[in-house]
Ligand binder design. Structure first.
Ligand SMILES: [Zn+2]
Length: 330
Protein backbone atom coordinates (compact mmCIF):
# COMPACT_ATOMS: atom_id res chain seq x y z
CA UNK A 1 0.00 0.00 0.00
CA UNK A 2 1.46 3.33 -1.08
CA UNK A 3 0.87 6.64 0.66
CA UNK A 4 2.87 5.93 3.79
CA UNK A 5 5.28 8.89 3.78
CA UNK A 6 7.28 9.39 6.98
CA UNK A 7 7.78 13.02 7.94
CA UNK A 8 10.68 14.10 10.14
CA UNK A 9 8.77 17.05 11.55
CA UNK A 10 5.06 17.70 11.72
CA UNK A 11 4.03 21.34 11.91
CA UNK A 12 0.26 20.90 11.81
CA UNK A 13 -2.11 17.95 12.01
CA UNK A 14 -5.80 18.69 11.72
CA UNK A 15 -8.48 16.27 10.64
CA UNK A 16 -7.26 14.39 7.58
CA UNK A 17 -4.48 16.88 6.81
CA UNK A 18 -0.86 16.77 7.95
CA UNK A 19 1.72 19.46 7.08
CA UNK A 20 5.37 18.78 7.73
CA UNK A 21 8.89 18.30 6.47
CA UNK A 22 11.26 15.69 5.19
CA UNK A 23 14.74 16.84 6.24
CA UNK A 24 17.87 16.09 4.26
CA UNK A 25 20.72 18.08 5.82
CA UNK A 26 21.57 20.53 8.60
CA UNK A 27 22.88 23.96 7.55
CA UNK A 28 25.81 25.67 9.25
CA UNK A 29 23.35 27.98 11.04
CA UNK A 30 21.58 24.86 12.44
CA UNK A 31 18.47 25.38 10.31
CA UNK A 32 17.57 22.43 8.09
CA UNK A 33 17.35 21.68 4.41
CA UNK A 34 13.79 20.42 4.10
CA UNK A 35 11.10 19.39 1.67
CA UNK A 36 7.69 20.77 2.70
CA UNK A 37 4.99 18.11 2.35
CA UNK A 38 1.19 18.27 2.69
CA UNK A 39 -0.57 14.92 3.13
CA UNK A 40 -4.35 14.63 3.00
CA UNK A 41 -6.01 11.28 3.46
CA UNK A 42 -9.29 10.78 1.66
CA UNK A 43 -12.35 9.23 3.31
CA UNK A 44 -12.15 6.20 0.98
CA UNK A 45 -9.43 3.81 -0.18
CA UNK A 46 -7.68 4.74 -3.41
CA UNK A 47 -4.43 5.68 -5.12
CA UNK A 48 -1.84 8.15 -3.88
CA UNK A 49 -1.32 11.16 -6.14
CA UNK A 50 1.76 13.36 -5.69
CA UNK A 51 1.61 16.90 -7.06
CA UNK A 52 4.77 18.98 -6.88
CA UNK A 53 5.71 22.54 -7.82
CA UNK A 54 8.84 24.70 -7.85
CA UNK A 55 11.34 22.10 -8.98
CA UNK A 56 12.43 25.31 -10.65
CA UNK A 57 12.21 28.00 -7.98
CA UNK A 58 10.64 30.74 -10.14
CA UNK A 59 7.68 28.71 -11.47
CA UNK A 60 4.91 29.41 -8.97
CA UNK A 61 1.60 28.68 -10.71
CA UNK A 62 1.53 24.98 -9.80
CA UNK A 63 2.50 25.82 -6.22
CA UNK A 64 -0.52 28.10 -5.81
CA UNK A 65 -2.85 25.49 -7.32
CA UNK A 66 -1.54 22.80 -4.93
CA UNK A 67 -2.38 25.05 -1.99
CA UNK A 68 -5.91 25.67 -3.32
CA UNK A 69 -6.53 21.98 -3.95
CA UNK A 70 -5.20 21.03 -0.50
CA UNK A 71 -7.56 23.52 1.13
CA UNK A 72 -10.52 22.05 -0.72
CA UNK A 73 -9.59 18.43 0.05
CA UNK A 74 -9.52 19.09 3.79
CA UNK A 75 -13.30 18.75 3.71
CA UNK A 76 -14.17 17.21 0.32
CA UNK A 77 -14.97 13.52 -0.05
CA UNK A 78 -12.32 11.72 -2.11
CA UNK A 79 -10.63 8.35 -2.47
CA UNK A 80 -6.93 7.75 -1.78
CA UNK A 81 -4.26 10.18 -0.62
CA UNK A 82 -3.26 13.58 -1.96
CA UNK A 83 0.39 14.50 -1.42
CA UNK A 84 1.28 18.11 -2.20
CA UNK A 85 4.84 19.40 -2.39
CA UNK A 86 4.30 23.09 -3.16
CA UNK A 87 7.98 24.07 -3.22
CA UNK A 88 10.28 21.13 -3.93
CA UNK A 89 13.41 23.27 -4.21
CA UNK A 90 12.41 25.55 -1.37
CA UNK A 91 15.72 27.45 -1.31
CA UNK A 92 15.28 28.40 -4.99
CA UNK A 93 11.60 29.17 -4.36
CA UNK A 94 12.47 31.62 -1.59
CA UNK A 95 15.30 33.14 -3.63
CA UNK A 96 13.09 33.54 -6.77
CA UNK A 97 15.62 31.72 -8.92
CA UNK A 98 15.35 28.78 -11.29
CA UNK A 99 18.33 26.93 -9.83
CA UNK A 100 19.59 26.40 -6.32
CA UNK A 101 21.16 29.50 -4.76
CA UNK A 102 23.24 27.16 -2.59
CA UNK A 103 25.24 25.18 -5.14
CA UNK A 104 23.96 26.57 -8.45
CA UNK A 105 22.59 23.26 -9.76
CA UNK A 106 19.39 23.00 -11.78
CA UNK A 107 17.37 20.39 -9.85
CA UNK A 108 15.65 19.21 -13.03
CA UNK A 109 18.94 18.17 -14.66
CA UNK A 110 20.51 16.07 -11.90
CA UNK A 111 17.90 13.40 -11.11
CA UNK A 112 18.11 10.73 -9.71
CA UNK A 113 20.75 12.52 -7.61
CA UNK A 114 22.79 10.84 -4.89
CA UNK A 115 23.73 11.07 -1.21
CA UNK A 116 27.45 11.51 -1.79
CA UNK A 117 28.00 14.83 -3.53
CA UNK A 118 26.16 18.19 -3.56
CA UNK A 119 23.10 19.42 -1.69
CA UNK A 120 20.86 19.57 -4.80
CA UNK A 121 21.81 15.97 -5.65
CA UNK A 122 20.95 15.00 -2.08
CA UNK A 123 17.58 16.74 -2.40
CA UNK A 124 16.77 14.75 -5.56
CA UNK A 125 17.75 11.39 -4.06
CA UNK A 126 15.92 12.06 -0.79
CA UNK A 127 12.79 13.08 -2.67
CA UNK A 128 12.79 9.88 -4.75
CA UNK A 129 13.43 7.57 -1.80
CA UNK A 130 11.25 9.20 0.84
CA UNK A 131 8.36 10.70 -1.15
CA UNK A 132 8.09 9.56 -4.79
CA UNK A 133 8.66 5.86 -3.99
CA UNK A 134 5.46 5.97 -1.89
CA UNK A 135 3.07 7.27 -4.55
CA UNK A 136 1.16 5.83 -7.52
CA UNK A 137 1.24 8.80 -9.91
CA UNK A 138 2.83 12.26 -10.17
CA UNK A 139 1.94 15.66 -11.58
CA UNK A 140 5.13 17.75 -11.63
CA UNK A 141 4.42 21.40 -12.44
CA UNK A 142 6.67 23.67 -14.45
CA UNK A 143 6.12 26.97 -16.25
CA UNK A 144 7.79 29.86 -18.03
CA UNK A 145 9.35 31.22 -14.85
CA UNK A 146 10.86 34.69 -15.04
CA UNK A 147 12.13 34.81 -18.64
CA UNK A 148 9.84 32.76 -20.90
CA UNK A 149 6.34 32.93 -22.22
CA UNK A 150 4.70 29.64 -23.06
CA UNK A 151 1.20 28.45 -23.79
CA UNK A 152 -0.28 25.85 -21.42
CA UNK A 153 0.92 22.38 -22.36
CA UNK A 154 1.27 19.00 -20.71
CA UNK A 155 4.25 16.71 -21.27
CA UNK A 156 4.46 12.94 -20.89
CA UNK A 157 7.02 10.25 -21.62
CA UNK A 158 5.46 7.61 -23.91
CA UNK A 159 6.31 3.93 -24.40
CA UNK A 160 5.44 0.88 -22.34
CA UNK A 161 2.74 0.47 -19.72
CA UNK A 162 3.92 3.47 -17.69
CA UNK A 163 3.95 5.52 -20.89
CA UNK A 164 0.36 4.55 -21.66
CA UNK A 165 -0.77 5.56 -18.19
CA UNK A 166 1.16 8.82 -18.46
CA UNK A 167 -0.41 9.56 -21.84
CA UNK A 168 -3.89 8.90 -20.40
CA UNK A 169 -3.13 11.29 -17.52
CA UNK A 170 -1.96 13.91 -20.04
CA UNK A 171 -5.23 13.58 -21.97
CA UNK A 172 -7.21 13.80 -18.73
CA UNK A 173 -5.32 16.96 -17.65
CA UNK A 174 -7.12 18.55 -20.62
CA UNK A 175 -5.15 21.42 -22.17
CA UNK A 176 -4.68 22.11 -25.88
CA UNK A 177 -1.02 21.08 -26.31
CA UNK A 178 0.19 17.58 -25.39
CA UNK A 179 3.95 17.19 -25.62
CA UNK A 180 5.43 13.78 -26.36
CA UNK A 181 8.77 14.23 -24.58
CA UNK A 182 10.87 11.79 -26.57
CA UNK A 183 13.08 14.56 -27.94
CA UNK A 184 14.37 15.98 -24.65
CA UNK A 185 17.79 17.53 -25.29
CA UNK A 186 18.89 16.92 -21.70
CA UNK A 187 18.86 14.23 -19.03
CA UNK A 188 18.40 14.19 -15.27
CA UNK A 189 14.75 15.22 -15.48
CA UNK A 190 12.37 14.15 -12.70
CA UNK A 191 9.92 12.48 -15.10
CA UNK A 192 12.68 10.20 -16.42
CA UNK A 193 13.46 8.96 -12.91
CA UNK A 194 9.77 8.46 -12.11
CA UNK A 195 9.35 6.37 -15.22
CA UNK A 196 12.31 4.19 -14.24
CA UNK A 197 10.54 3.65 -10.92
CA UNK A 198 7.40 2.57 -12.82
CA UNK A 199 5.42 5.61 -11.73
CA UNK A 200 3.33 7.42 -14.35
CA UNK A 201 3.92 11.14 -14.51
CA UNK A 202 2.87 14.24 -16.38
CA UNK A 203 4.74 17.52 -16.63
CA UNK A 204 2.44 20.49 -17.22
CA UNK A 205 4.12 23.76 -18.24
CA UNK A 206 1.75 26.53 -17.26
CA UNK A 207 2.08 30.23 -16.57
CA UNK A 208 4.77 32.65 -17.56
CA UNK A 209 6.66 35.81 -16.95
CA UNK A 210 4.36 37.80 -19.29
CA UNK A 211 1.16 36.32 -17.92
CA UNK A 212 1.66 37.25 -14.30
CA UNK A 213 0.33 40.80 -14.56
CA UNK A 214 -3.16 39.92 -15.81
CA UNK A 215 -3.37 36.11 -16.08
CA UNK A 216 -1.95 34.87 -12.79
CA UNK A 217 -5.31 33.65 -11.46
CA UNK A 218 -6.32 32.22 -14.84
CA UNK A 219 -3.11 30.17 -15.04
CA UNK A 220 -3.40 28.96 -11.45
CA UNK A 221 -6.96 27.92 -12.30
CA UNK A 222 -5.70 25.89 -15.31
CA UNK A 223 -3.30 24.08 -12.94
CA UNK A 224 -6.07 23.54 -10.38
CA UNK A 225 -8.54 22.18 -12.92
CA UNK A 226 -5.83 19.94 -14.35
CA UNK A 227 -5.22 18.38 -10.92
CA UNK A 228 -8.97 17.99 -10.49
CA UNK A 229 -9.31 16.32 -13.91
CA UNK A 230 -6.49 13.87 -13.19
CA UNK A 231 -8.06 13.01 -9.82
CA UNK A 232 -11.33 12.23 -11.63
CA UNK A 233 -9.38 10.12 -14.15
CA UNK A 234 -7.68 8.16 -11.33
CA UNK A 235 -11.01 7.53 -9.60
CA UNK A 236 -10.13 9.75 -6.63
CA UNK A 237 -12.93 12.26 -7.19
CA UNK A 238 -16.42 11.08 -7.97
CA UNK A 239 -17.26 13.81 -10.47
CA UNK A 240 -18.12 13.98 -14.15
CA UNK A 241 -15.07 14.47 -16.36
CA UNK A 242 -15.11 17.81 -18.23
CA UNK A 243 -15.72 18.08 -21.98
CA UNK A 244 -12.39 17.42 -23.72
CA UNK A 245 -10.63 20.58 -24.87
CA UNK A 246 -11.49 21.59 -28.46
CA UNK A 247 -8.91 20.73 -31.13
CA UNK A 248 -6.14 19.32 -28.93
CA UNK A 249 -2.76 19.26 -30.63
CA UNK A 250 -0.05 16.64 -30.14
CA UNK A 251 3.39 18.16 -30.41
CA UNK A 252 7.10 17.48 -30.20
CA UNK A 253 8.61 20.55 -28.59
CA UNK A 254 12.03 21.87 -29.59
CA UNK A 255 14.14 24.47 -27.84
CA UNK A 256 15.67 26.71 -30.48
CA UNK A 257 18.68 28.64 -29.17
CA UNK A 258 20.04 32.00 -30.25
CA UNK A 259 23.68 32.11 -31.32
CA UNK A 260 24.38 35.68 -30.26
CA UNK A 261 23.10 37.98 -27.56
CA UNK A 262 21.38 41.30 -28.21
CA UNK A 263 18.00 42.99 -28.49
CA UNK A 264 15.59 40.41 -29.84
CA UNK A 265 12.40 40.91 -31.82
CA UNK A 266 9.73 38.21 -31.93
CA UNK A 267 8.26 38.01 -35.44
CA UNK A 268 5.90 35.13 -34.66
CA UNK A 269 3.79 34.90 -31.54
CA UNK A 270 2.21 32.16 -29.48
CA UNK A 271 -0.09 29.68 -31.28
CA UNK A 272 0.99 30.86 -34.76
CA UNK A 273 1.30 28.14 -37.37
CA UNK A 274 4.53 28.79 -39.27
CA UNK A 275 5.84 27.58 -42.63
CA UNK A 276 9.39 26.34 -43.10
CA UNK A 277 11.73 29.25 -43.78
CA UNK A 278 9.52 31.98 -42.33
CA UNK A 279 11.35 34.39 -40.03
CA UNK A 280 10.74 33.66 -36.35
CA UNK A 281 12.98 36.31 -34.82
CA UNK A 282 15.70 38.90 -35.34
CA UNK A 283 18.48 40.12 -33.04
CA UNK A 284 19.99 43.63 -33.23
CA UNK A 285 23.07 44.90 -31.41
CA UNK A 286 22.94 48.10 -29.38
CA UNK A 287 24.00 50.21 -32.41
CA UNK A 288 20.85 48.97 -34.19
CA UNK A 289 22.62 46.59 -36.58
CA UNK A 290 20.88 43.33 -37.42
CA UNK A 291 23.21 40.53 -36.34
CA UNK A 292 21.05 37.40 -36.45
CA UNK A 293 17.91 36.11 -38.13
CA UNK A 294 16.16 32.93 -37.10
CA UNK A 295 14.14 31.08 -39.72
CA UNK A 296 11.73 28.24 -39.00
CA UNK A 297 13.68 24.99 -39.60
CA UNK A 298 10.47 23.12 -40.49
CA UNK A 299 6.72 23.76 -40.48
CA UNK A 300 5.40 24.02 -36.93
CA UNK A 301 3.61 25.94 -34.22
CA UNK A 302 4.94 28.55 -31.80
CA UNK A 303 4.42 27.43 -28.20
CA UNK A 304 6.56 30.05 -26.50
CA UNK A 305 9.63 32.25 -26.55
CA UNK A 306 12.14 34.24 -24.54
CA UNK A 307 10.03 37.14 -23.28
CA UNK A 308 12.69 39.61 -22.14
CA UNK A 309 13.80 42.20 -24.77
CA UNK A 310 17.48 41.29 -24.37
CA UNK A 311 18.57 37.72 -24.94
CA UNK A 312 21.90 36.21 -23.92
CA UNK A 313 24.14 34.34 -26.34
CA UNK A 314 22.95 30.77 -26.88
CA UNK A 315 19.88 31.03 -24.66
CA UNK A 316 16.47 29.49 -25.42
CA UNK A 317 14.85 31.79 -27.97
CA UNK A 318 11.84 29.91 -29.30
CA UNK A 319 9.85 26.96 -27.96
CA UNK A 320 8.82 25.71 -31.36
CA UNK A 321 6.96 22.49 -31.99
CA UNK A 322 6.41 19.95 -34.71
CA UNK A 323 2.75 18.97 -34.98
CA UNK A 324 2.37 15.19 -34.67
CA UNK A 325 -0.08 12.86 -36.37
CA UNK A 326 -2.32 10.76 -34.16
CA UNK A 327 -0.20 7.60 -34.67
CA UNK A 328 2.95 9.43 -33.48
CA UNK A 329 1.69 9.99 -29.93
CA UNK A 330 2.19 6.53 -28.40
ZN1 LIG B 1 10.65 24.29 -14.99
Amino acid sequence: MKGNIQLDEIVKQEGRRTDGYVHYSIKADRSKFSIPVIIIKGDKEGPTLLVDGCTHGDEYEGCEAILQMAKRLETASFAGTFVGVPALNVDAFANITRSSPIDGFNLNRIFPGNYDTYITHRLARTYLDRVVANVDAVITFHGGGDVLHLEPLVGYLPEGEVGKKSRAMAEAFNVKYRWRMTDLPFTGVTAQSYREMGIPCILPEIGSHCGRLHDREKNVQICYEGINNVMIHLGMLDEKAPEPVKDPMDIELHYIHSVNGGIQTLCKKENEIVKEGEVLGVIHDYFGNEIETLKAPWPGVVIGFWSVPVIRSCDWWYLYAKILDKDETK
